[in-house]
Design a protein around this ligand. Structure first.
Ligand SMILES: Cc1cc2nc3c(=O)[nH]c(=O)nc-3n(C[C@H](O)[C@H](O)[C@H](O)COP(=O)(O)OP(=O)(O)OC[C@H]3O[C@@H](n4cnc5c(N)ncnc54)[C@H](O)[C@@H]3O)c2cc1C
Length: 564
């Protein structure tokens, strides 16, 4: 079974320490129990029990120190990071968040030539330290060009003045990697700041949560060369390359949340009797769980395959720059779809404060909005669209990357430019030899979209219209999603029934997005005509549906229940 089940956690690991970390983390939450987990979620104490556990077991030290920077068991290994993120999301986004913003805070440090700060960081991780990424500001949102954190010379170095907003762990971080600019120009800088320094003023937590999402102010905060992590173009690259690493984890939080919510919701609905029959006997409820399940499996297949490309990335193979924002925006929005579907099936139960679902329903909404909204990420990926469809390149096949290794390249990604020049392997290869009705139907839709782009591509006005581009970007994203799902279905030996049922919703989604593009004010008659051709009905098969229901979904009843 591809879904995480902490009750039957028997995944293969390349080393004992990785197994120990995952099992210990599951053990921590199961020992805490569901009642305490949810009470803490609603009462919002700082999660010092979790951080004590992390410290005692050296968990962030092992997971977040690249090889060569710390103890022998340390490495930055995207494969095990995925699983760790999934487990944390499974129990609560707040626990994931304290780790996630540490990952972000560590990015500019591990990318920095500043040896002394790197050594201090490795020691702080061994000591159970957490980290923070000080990029966002209250008035600028995604527009990080406009930073108002300014460093002015003071003879010995500089004095930093400015405020940061939405900075996770800004209350307790060992180091806050802080982004700003030098006074009187547009040279950017990343520097290490310390929440314990008297000139670092913690203003408030801007959210009501166990997570501390801080506003802080630096007032005449002294910065010397010893604190500088990056300057100029390198500071900019460090910001974007760190987000490249971090945003991938959002998809995994979403997968973890949906998996726990699915067990709970299905077990409830399947054991509830209305009018003398199980709630799951209603045809619409069956469809909700079928869509929820197939979407969740697809999320995981895609995100796992994207990990292969992240780990195999190099200066010559930057395809991860497409797949990684897709994990961020596509997997997290699919997570919302999963929760939407199954919440309708359990209705009032999803509100109860002793149900994991009540926290899942809220937290699942956050992920598409953080670290660049869905729009920002679609606007990013459409840059890849011309080469993806019309200028493929040959690459050696990337095998599954589940080995124990340090992902060196992630900390030397280099220039963030030249996205439009990146080439991709031909998506047709993934479809070759798969003779399933919905996969064929989807490929026809994809080919018609390609024809639309070739025969009547977006004109100059449409290119300036982000609303129009986003509609087309959704269709492009679905083709990429399909490609990696198909690649991983082969690796994981996904049964034909399940794969075809996954493409059942993919065909429906493509039709919906085609209608969206058709309906845009500026779509041309020939674009509209081709959009109409894309709108297709998925191929139903009652036998297939029944087999998946019986073999894959019904066994999830009671398969996982958190310790009370
Ligand atoms: C709980 C929480 C935790 C956070 N943690 C951190 C943290 O630890 N460190 C940190 O630095 N930041 C953090 N953030 C900030 C977060 O990354 C920003 O919220 C996010 O980048 C979006 O900025 P914004 O919400 O201000 O939206 P805005 O940037 O104001 O965007 C407004 C609208 O404009 C659209 N838009 C903006 N730019 C573009 C574009 N280029 N193309 C298309 N559409 C665009 C957006 O999609 C959105 O619809 C956190 C935020 C929250 C809520």
């Amino acid at each position: 079974m591809i879904l995480l089940n902490p009750r039957m956690h028997r995944r293969p690991y390349p080393d004992e320490r990785s197994r120990e970390i995952m099992l210990a983390t599951i053990g921590f939450f199961e020992a805490k129990g569901k009642a305490r987990l949810l009470a803490d979620y609603y009462d919002r104490p700082w999660y010092s029990d979790f951080l004590d556990f992390v410290k005692e077991n050296r968990i962030f030290a092992t997971m977040c120190t690249p090889a060569g920077e710390g103890a022998d068991d340390c490495r930055w290994d995207t494969w095990r990071n995925c699983e760790f993120a999934e487990i944390l999301g499974f129990y609560g986004l707040q626990y994931w968040y304290v780790w996630q913003v540490s990952v972000l805070g560590l990015g500019p440090i591990w990318m920095s030539p500043n040896d002394a700060v790197r050594k201090r960081t490795a020691a702080a991780l061994e000591d159970g330290g957490i980290f923070a990424f000080g990029l966002s500001e209250k008035t600028h949102g995604a527009d990080i060009y406009s930073t108002d954190m300014v460093l002015a010379p003071d003879g010995k170095g500089w004095r930093a003045n400015g405020r940061k907003y939405y900075i996770g762990n800004g209350n307790k971080a060992a180091i806050v990697s802080t982004f700003g600019r030098f006074e009187g120009g547009d040279e950017y800088v990343f520097f290490a700041s310390d929440p314990a320094h008297p000139n670092y003023h913690l203003v408030k937590n801007v959210v009501e949560s166990q997570s501390y999402v801080s506003e802080f102010e630096l007032r005449d905060y002294p910065v010397t060369e010893a604190d500088v992590l990056h300057r100029g173009r390198e500071a900019w690259n460090a910001a974007l390359n760190t987000v490249n690493i971090g945003k991938y984890n959002l998809g995994w939080a979403s997968i973890g949340i949906c998996t726990h919510a699915f067990y709970e919701a299905f077990s409830h609905a399947h054991n509830r009797t209305l009018y003398g029959q199980k709630v799951t006997a209603f045809s619409h409820v069956r469809q909700m769980f079928m869509d929820g399940y197939t979407r969740l499996v697809a999320m995981k297949l895609f995100a796992l395959r994207a990990a292969d490309y992240m780990r195999a990335a190099s200066a010559e193979d930057r395809r991860y720059l497409l797949y990684n924002p897709m994990v961020k925006m596509k997997v997290t929005t699919q997570g919302e779809e999963v929760i939407n579907s199954i919440w309708d099936a359990i209705a009032a139960k999803g509100f109860e404060k002793d149900q994991y679902f009540s926290q899942a329903a809220v937290d699942i909404r956050g992920l598409p909005k953080l670290e660049g909204t869905v729009h920002v990420n679609i606007a990013l990926i459409v840059k890849f669209m011309p080469n993806f469809f019309f200028n493929p390149a040959g690459y050696p096949e990337i095998a599954q990357q589940n080995h124990a290794a340090n992902d060196d390249f992630l900390f030397r990604q280099g220039s963030t430019k030249g996205l439009g020049q990146i080439q991709f392997h031909d998506y047709h290869e993934a479809f070759a030899g798969i003779d399933l009705p919905n996969v064929r139907q989807f490929l026809d839709q994809a080919e018609t979209y390609r024809e639309l782009l070739a025969s009547d591509p977006p004109g100059p006005d449409q290119m300036r219209d982000v609303d129009f581009l986003l509609a087309g970007g959704e269709m492009f994203a679905l083709v990429v999603y399909a490609q990696l799902i198909l690649e991983n279905a082969k690796i994981y030996g996904v049964a034909d029934d399940l794969l075809d049922q996954i493409f059942d919703f993919m065909v429906r989604d493509m039709s919906r997005h085609a209608l969206g593009l058709y309906s845009k004010a500026s779509s041309t008659p020939s674009q509209m005509e081709l959009c109409r051709k894309i709108i297709r009905k998925s191929v139903a098969d009652a036998g297939r549906f029944e087999r998946i229901w019986t073999n894959d979904i019904e066994p999830l009843d009671g398969a996982y229940k958190m310790n009370p």
